[in-house]
Design a protein around this ligand. Structure first.
Ligand code: NAP
Length: 292
């Protein structure tokens, strides 16, 4: 299959914070879009732009040459791919399936096997770069699947991201995303603790950020979420409950491979504490609440 706006119908399932922006880029690039989301109103902007609504993931799959999913949890991924009215049972042989949700590596392998048995091509392709990366089409996309399938879908991934890499076979994209989340967890902890120290020591945290934000401590998270921690702006770019989901997957995988990750375990415990106190739907910068 050669992918082009003239010949390829794209299905997009999961139109939340990330999916809406990502699907929007494909629409702007001229692709015919077929969409489904649990809450229909989140598709409004895309429907106004000409996308076609379907009532189930299976109907999207039956109307598309490539199906992209960006739902929330592994259970949602399992539902849209393997459930009744799901993608696997309804996609035409030869279709391409790309799951961009952060999900379990083992589920990506199971979907790849179920897809192959039906003559479908499947890739796991989770992303990093946050809501801002999705809006600006600057995502890092970490892919698991075959080289041949990766080459076919690459033009679509290029529209949504900037740094796009095949990391290995099925599940390798999800494993790479777990590496990403382990680094993010440690960094979030460090940002919250550095800013707590600044406040307790009587310094002006905003001034401190201006100094440390350009030195060896600088990071995407320090400079992007540090100011929000200081301002008490907890509007979600990336939900606390999704991050806990990711850390849970990473710890389970690490345990299975005999890797002890005490920093990740500490970060997960603190996130669970703030989630338990009502911050589950906040953005991940709400970690600072654990230090109040
Ligand atoms: P979100 O806003 O909750 O979006 C998920 C969307 O999927 C929601 O609109 C949800 O419907 C829909 N959905 C869930 N289950 C469904 C199902 N079974 N059928 C149809 N639609 C379903 O979350 P998000 O921030 O876009 O994140 C999406 C995924 O990307 C998550 O796995 C997250 O961990 C990952 N991620 C997020 C970021 C970020 O910065 N936000 C960055 C990288 C990766 P409703 O509208 O009804 O809730």
């Amino acid at each position: 299959m050669t992918i082009s706006p003239e010949s390829t119908r794209v299905g997009f399932i999961g139109l939340g914070i990330m999916g809406q922006s990502m699907a929007g880029h494909l629409q702007k690039a001229g692709y015919e879009l077929h969409v489904y989301n649990r809450t229909r109103s989140k598709a409004d902007a895309l429907l106004q732009g000409g996308a076609q609504w379907h009532d189930t993931p299976g109907e999207v799959a039956a109307s598309s040459d490539v199906v992209i999913t960006m739902v929330g949890y592994p259970a949602d991924v399992e539902d849209v791919y393997l459930g009744s009215d799901g993608i696997i049972d309804n996609a035409a042989a030869g279709s391409y399936l790309i799951d961009m949700t952060t999900s379990e590596p083992s589920l990506a392998v199971r979907i790849a096997e179920a897809a192959a048995a039906k003559g479908l091509h499947s890739l796991d392709a989770p992303v990093s770069g946050g809501d801002v990366g999705a809006k600006n089409a600057k995502l890092s996309i970490m892919v698991g699947g075959s080289e041949a399938d990766f080459a076919v879908v690459r033009p679509l991934l290029d529209i949504m991201g900037e740094n796009i890499r095949l990391q290995g076979g099925p599940g390798a994209g999800q494993h790479t995303k777990m590496c990403n989340q382990i680094v993010v967890a440690g960094n979030m902890l460090a940002v919250a603790e550095g800013l707590t120290y600044a406040r307790k020591s009587g310094l002006d945290p905003e001034e401190v950020l201006k100094s440390i934000g350009t030195g060896a401590a600088q990071s995407f998270l320090l400079n992007g979420l540090g100011p929000k921690m200081i301002a008490g702006d907890f509007a979600p770019g990336f939900f606390v409950h999704h991050f806990i989901k990711d850390m849970t997957i990473a710890l389970k995988e690490a345990e299975a491979m005999g890797a002890e990750l005490p920093g990740l375990r500490t970060a997960k415990g603190l996130y669970e504490k703030v989630a338990g106190e009502g911050a589950s739907e906040d953005g991940t910068q709400a970690l600072i609440k654990a230090y109040d």
